[in-house]
Structures are given as C-alpha cells and as structure tokens.
Design a protein around this ligand. Structure first.
Ligand SMILES: NC(=O)c1ccc[n+]([C@@H]2O[C@H](COP(=O)([O-])OP(=O)(O)OC[C@H]3O[C@@H](n4cnc5c(N)ncnc54)[C@H](OP(=O)(O)O)[C@@H]3O)[C@@H](O)[C@H]2O)c1
Length: 203
C-alpha cells in the first residue's frame, strides 16, 4: 500500500513553508501555492480564489497552510480596520481553506493550519496576532469534533523560528528561537500522524 499523499502547501515560499514543502516532498506529491508564485496561485483572503484552486486541483489528501498575515502595531491606536488584517488573512483565510476544502479532500485526509507562540506569550504590539491565533485554535478544536469522512485537523504553533530571529528578534525579547527542523516536524506529525484537534506547540 502506497502512503504517498497529494498535498497542497499554501505559503510554500515563505520562511516556514519552503522547508515544510521541501521535507514533505521527500515522501509525498506536493503542490506549492502562494499569491504570487507556485504551481497554483491562491489568495486565502478570497473565497473565490480558494474555490477556484480546489476545483482545479481535484482530490487532495492533505492541505497545509503556512500562510496568514496579521497586523502588528501600537495597542493604543489600533483600529478596527487594522484588526481586520489578521481576521481576513490568518483567521478567516485559514478557516475558509477548511470550510471550502472539506468537500474536496479525500477520506481520512487532513488539514494543518499555522498559528504561533503569540497565542499564549504576547509581545508588544501583538494584540491582533494573539487574538486571531486563539480564534484559529478554537476553530481547530471545534472542527475536529465535527469533520466527517475521518478528516483530521491540527494547528502547528511555532515559537519564533531561528531563520526569522535576526529580523524579528528585537520584537520578541526573551524568546528563545526554535530551529526550523523542529518546526517542520510539527507539520510532519500533523500530516502523517494520527492526531486531530491538537495545537502542536513547537517552542
Ligand atoms: N517566522 C516565524 O518565526 C514564525 C513563528 C511563528 C508563527 N509564524 C507564522 O507562520 C506563518 C508563516 O510565517 P513565515 O515567516 O513563513 O511568513 P513569510 O515568510 O512571510 O511567508 C508567507 C508565505 O505565505 C504566502 N502568503 C501570504 N499571504 C498569503 C495569502 N493571502 N494567500 C496565500 N498565500 C499567502 C507568501 O507568498 P505570497 O506573498 O506570494 O502570497 C509566502 O509564501 C505566519 O502566519 C506567521 O505568523 C511564523
């Protein structure tokens, strides 16, 4: 029996996504997606874009999202409009990948979303990130109980990754960066393991 899966990786050219795509490619067929590059273009903030991509791709065994933007900035002045950045992208973008994708994904398939350590260890200016990360965790928990066809869903929740530490480290005082190979194993666990409804913390 072949365990080779057809996997859609969204955000496959980012700091995290490019390593996730590379490691999953060793065992599986990986379709790389992002807004501007990839085997297929997807903008997760657009329901039409998500639907169009799923229709084109047909049956998938797993969907992995390493995409999702948030607003970073001063708590004192943050506006509703700025808050919608994270809601539309990291929160509803990833949720819509599941709500729409559940009809396209094969029996016993899986969804893997990405959140981050700011969910429980905020830094200055992270209120939007912290809020939407926790919304995604809530969605994962609840959806795991209701998804049919044996579908699984998890969130990988990385700490600040070593490759991003040079650029972002100053915003994360006291955070200890995590190596990429540990982060990637969170995605491997979600895709090839048996867990569901879990927040896979890699701190
Ligand atoms: N890096 C870290 O240390 C770290 C730690 C914890 C959590 N995270 C989380 O992990 C996720 C990925 O982080 P990263 O550092 O790898 O980000 P990144 O380097 O900015 O890469 C993001 C990737 O997602 C794509 N993308 C962005 N918006 C998209 C959209 N609306 N639709 C489809 N694709 C989109 C980008 O390509 P296009 O621009 O071409 O679309 C790119 O391929 C983020 O949610 C981040 O908050 C990161």
């Amino acid at each position: 029996m072949s365990n080779k899966k057809k996997i859609l990786v969204i955000g496959a050219f980012g700091n995290i996504g490019k390593y996730v795509a590379e490691v999953l490619s060793k065992k599986h067929e990986v379709i790389k997606a992002a807004r501007k590059s990839g085997d297929i273009n997807i903008d997760i903030t657009s329901v039409d874009s998500i639907k169009e991509a799923y229709k084109k791709l047909g049956k998938l065994d797993a969907v992995v999202s390493c995409a999702g933007e948030t607003f970073f900035g001063d708590f004192e002045t943050v506006t509703e409009e700025q808050f919608y950045k994270g809601i539309k992208s990291k929160m509803m973008g990833q949720i819509n990948l599941v709500l729409i994708g559940k009809d396209y994904i094969s029996e016993n398939g899986s969804f893997t979303l990405t959140t981050g350590i700011l969910s429980e260890d905020p830094v200055k200016g992270s209120v939007n990130s912290t809020t939407v990360n926790n919304a995604v965790h809530g969605f994962v928990l609840s959806a795991s109980k209701e998804l049919k066809k044996g579908l699984r869903i998890n969130a990988v929740c990385p700490g600040l990754v070593e490759v991003s530490a040079e650029k972002l480290g100053a915003y994360f005082p006291g955070h200890v960066p995590v190596p990429m190979n540990r982060v990637v194993q969170g995605y491997v666990k979600s895709v090839d393991g048996i867990c569901t409804g879990e927040v896979i913390k890699i701190y």
